[in-house]
Design a protein around this ligand. Sequence first.
Ligand code: ZN
Length: 435
Amino acid sequence: MEQDLSRGLLAFLDASPTCYHAVEELTKELLGNGYQQLWESRPWRLAEGGSYFVVRGDSTLAAFRVPCRDFRGFMLAAGHSDSPAFKIREAAEVASPGNCTRLSVEPYGGMIMRSWLDRPLSAAGRVMVREDGGIRSRLVNVDRDLLIIPSVAIHMDREVNKGTALKANTDMLPLLGGAGEPGRFRRLIAESAGVPEDGVLSTELFLYPRTPGVLMGIDGEFIAAPRLDDLQCVFGCFRGFLAAEAGASVPVLCVFNNEEVGSGTRQGADSTFLTDVLERISDSLGRSAEEHHAALANSFLVSADNAHALHPAHPEYGDPQESPVLNGGVVIKYNANQRYTTDAVSAAVFGQICAEEGVPVQRYSNRADLPGGSTLGNISSAHLSVPTVDIGLPQLAMHSACEVAGVRDTEALVKAMTAYYGKSLRTGPEGIEIL
Ligand code: ZN
């Protein structure tokens, strides 16, 4: 199971160079499993026993199943489809010294820039094209070794190992090729999209590392790959979502774009997407507003986003008591200032579900004098106020072009989410029951 899951995760990472491709992969698998695609612009006619999904902005997805009209609540989980990367500008080609052409790029999210140096890269994303009198979205993946961002040689930068600053506007422009006629990159993209050059209206393209993910370590215990944050959690939650048995609540998997840039977009966690989806589920099944609010009171959200494992060279950055380790199990994240949403209630509920399944759980807290990151949970809570737990899988080198995680942790998450999605909650004056 562990090996199969790891191979499945590697295949998913490999097929998902951008958020658009990740959502496309989930879409294909949902359709293959008999899920019906809904469109936000058309009426929803849901039926008991039905399985559905909806996509916004080609990069955010919600999938759910309707066990019965009288469902108790929503068992939700959310991860994110995007990762830090360099976005390629529309006016892409830059004639550069040394008889070279480079591409104009801009960082999307906060990445470890030096990790992008000296490795083969390519370009992928989506383009809008003119077709049949309308405007269509097309996914593009050049899918060959195309670009590289070369370092400055140590002979010219003797201080490089003492931490040379890198500037996004000069140091990080990838080399496309020698000097030549302008427009070659645009032509390549049009060709990849299968349209004439003037058919490309606009682009959202990103660089991605070409090196495929691998299983490694003396016992094959680690996975090293780009975009483990957060596609490892997306994959684990998705597997659990598909495998779960029907319970008395609606299982919902949500994968948001734009977490890495603050979520404040129409397809980010700070949008109405998830609340829109839940309201439309209730409306379509003829449930009243009163019933919808009662269902929300019996709902729960797992916000799943990778966590920092204790770094072997720098344990001083971790909290001495609450630092997770690779292959130690699912991480519950805590923060006194509620940058993570976990509270006593949500930790107890999720911890209980894991304990019943024998899933190992670890705790993460930032070292108390460091601010740490934030994630989807508290942003989503502003729109959808249900008990929420922030969890993740432990990893090293977060936001590097190649991150490291534990293979056993993927399995732990799948097990936890398979159990979670089959449950429902009954919340009342006497407390909470997990059913
Ligand atoms: Zn993340």
